[in-house]
Design a protein around this ligand. Sequence first.
Ligand SMILES: C=C(O[C@H]1C=CC=C(C(=O)O)[C@@H]1O)C(=O)O
Length: 383
Amino acid sequence: MRFLAGLSMVGSFGAGLLYGFITSLEAHHIPFQLVEAAGSLYVGVGQPVLCASDPGISQPGPCFLSSGFLVSESFQVRSYPVVLVAGRDRLEVDVYEAHPRAASELGIFGLASDVRIVAGGALLQGDRVHDLEATSRRIQLAKLAIDQGQLTKLVVAGHATQEVTERFSIGGALSRLKKAHPASHLYCVDGFFGASPELVAAKSGNLLSLRPLAGTALRGGQVALLNSSKDLFEHRLMVEQLCDDLGGFVKELDRPARPVLFDAGRLIHLATPMRGRLLPGVTLADVVLAIAPTAAVSGVPRISAVEMLRELEIFRGKYAGIVGLTDPFGDGEVYLSIRGASVVDGRLDLVAGAGIVADSQVDSEVAEIEAKIDVVTRALSAR
Ligand SMILES: C=C(O[C@H]1C=CC=C(C(=O)O)[C@@H]1O)C(=O)O
């Protein structure tokens, strides 16, 4: 477990505030982590460090420290939300805890007032380059394993890169993504950032809500998507796995008999909104530990899928993790860290995945990954 050296909440964040605050941190080379949840944007300032090294946080598992104060009308500091980051590769969850001490020590209050409007101009230049061959190969191998009965679904990821312009900043990129996809949720963990369309779980009291996504079409393909046996199967596998995982935690789990459409801008997904009553004492962290990595990013059965992904893919880093917040009562919201990117040697490395099942066509799955990456690069290329 690790904690963040100070977790601050930007109470209302117009694009200008977001851009100004984050780009100021970047300009001062101050590391930060960021999640958008429960209607607010939380920014953890500083480097995550080992929890065990801090005498204030000695308990194993999530623990919470309470203090909170208003810094300015638009900038509030809270000290105890917990950021959950579930690593797909490791079947483990890193819990980043807010540390109450360091926010003021880092002097971030001054930076908060350094607000500029979003600068115009593209953040990316040149052509986008996809690792098409490697992605096709991985999808073929996934299909082979499925044909041989080793597993029924595997979510394979593909990468693309594009050169960043001089004006690139993560703050600028996040504000562009938010503008292009207002309903999505921003995140940035260890330099990996994006706008997630997928709510994994939200807990309020004993009420648990989930909105898993699987099955994708370009806008215009809604009717075909609702009738696509391949997408419906891919989706059903994920929902069944979630129901199994949650068996010991919920009393009732209501869901529609068929998936509904979820509008993610240029892309449309199949979604199954679910609601359940949690058994007493179950926290959001318990739920995350039980369901991550979901079959929206790993596969079925989960263990075989994770093992195969370890062989097939380079380390995914923070891609396909779970980011979000919980409060002292174990309530909160978590999202999937998908459709994300990080800057490596002046190029943006973008990653997205697609669920492979027996009826998948290699070319259309590669095209689906390209379309998911395209959603991100379009937002960042706009002038
Ligand atoms: C794994 C990703 O998307 C998931 C979410 C929605 C639809 C998906 C699909 O149709 O394959 C994926 O499961 C990603 O965007 O990187």
